[in-house]
Design a protein around this ligand. Structure first.
Ligand SMILES: [Mg+2]
Length: 273
């Protein structure tokens, strides 16, 4: 037990004062020992993060996309558009699944199925465009958690199903602006090529990362942590990286499915105490 405490103190001393001031949850702080262990073995620790609703809060982009979709629908659905235009950021935060148009509109008293379907399609097209990416923010403390990992010598992969052609530049700008990355960091941003399915892209990315860890019998690097908000994606990550601690951030998903038993649910407010 004494040795454990010493290791923890050593790690705490290595993290920048900025990050410490925010007080990571004791659970995550303990997990940093894994980074230390991998480094003492002479290997590079690796962490993999999804972006939207894993470390990036896109509620504001979703709200702006919803509002921007309404004017073209106003003549055909006057009552529904009037009700939907009253949506606020607080409405998104109250949802069980913040990606669900049905759940959002139910709360606003809108039940017209055709309207809901058309709004969902129009909103998604705007949401996936470059238009409002700059409105994204860090999930509370997630940027400081990522910075702590960089400070300890971790290589970080950001793997997101955002399309490279539509949001590539805006995504990198947003990671800089929200304090996730600096020029000198060891990071890579992997985004989806046009025409590729989301899970196919994620699996291809996990294989790409696996191929870069070094020879299987003596890898130069080890994936310590993986973070995701989509059940399908985190389940795939556990397959590719069985030794990593896998964290699932609940609250927004495109497709639900049961989580594999080794995965830890980490509510968004849990990056810090
Ligand atoms: Mg996501």
């Amino acid at each position: 037990m004494k040795k454990f405490k010493w290791i923890l103190l050593f790690i705490v001393a290595c993290i920048s004062t900025d990050a410490l001031a925010l007080e990571f949850s004791p659970y995550l702080l303990q997990k940093l020992n894994r980074i230390y262990e991998i480094k003492t073995q002479g290997r590079t620790p690796v962490a993999i993060f999804d972006l939207d609703e894993t470390v990036i809060n896109t509620d504001q982009r979703m709200l702006l996309s919803t509002l921007a979709a309404l004017p073209d629908m106003a003549s055909r659905y006057p009552q529904e558009v009037q009700l939907t235009s009253q949506v606020t950021i607080a409405d998104f935060r109250a949802l069980e699944n913040s990606y669900s148009v049905e759940e959002l509109l139910q709360g606003l008293g809108v039940t017209n199925g055709r309207f809901i379907q058309e709004l969902a399609e129009r909103r998604l097209n705007i949401y996936l465009s470059p238009e409002y990416v700059s409105a994204d923010t860090s999930i509370h403390c997630a940027n400081h958690w990522v910075r702590a990992l960089f400070d300890l010598g971790t290589k970080v992969y950001f793997v997101s199903s955002r399309y490279l052609s539509l949001q590539g530049q805006e995504t990198v700008n947003s990671l800089f602006q929200n304090g996730f990355i600096r020029e000198s960091d060891d990071f890579a941003v992997l985004l989806r090529p046009d025409g590729m399915g989301s899970i196919e892209f994620k699996r291809a990315s996990f294989q790409y990362i696996t191929d870069r860890l070094g020879p299987a019998h003596a890898p130069d690097a080890e994936v310590a942590f993986v973070f995701e908000n989509e059940p399908e994606n985190i389940n795939a990550m556990v397959e590719y990286f069985p030794l990593a601690d896998a964290f699932f951030i609940p609250g927004a998903f495109v497709q639900d499915e049961p989580l594999k038993s080794s995965i830890v649910r980490l509510p968004t407010e849990s990056y810090c105490q």
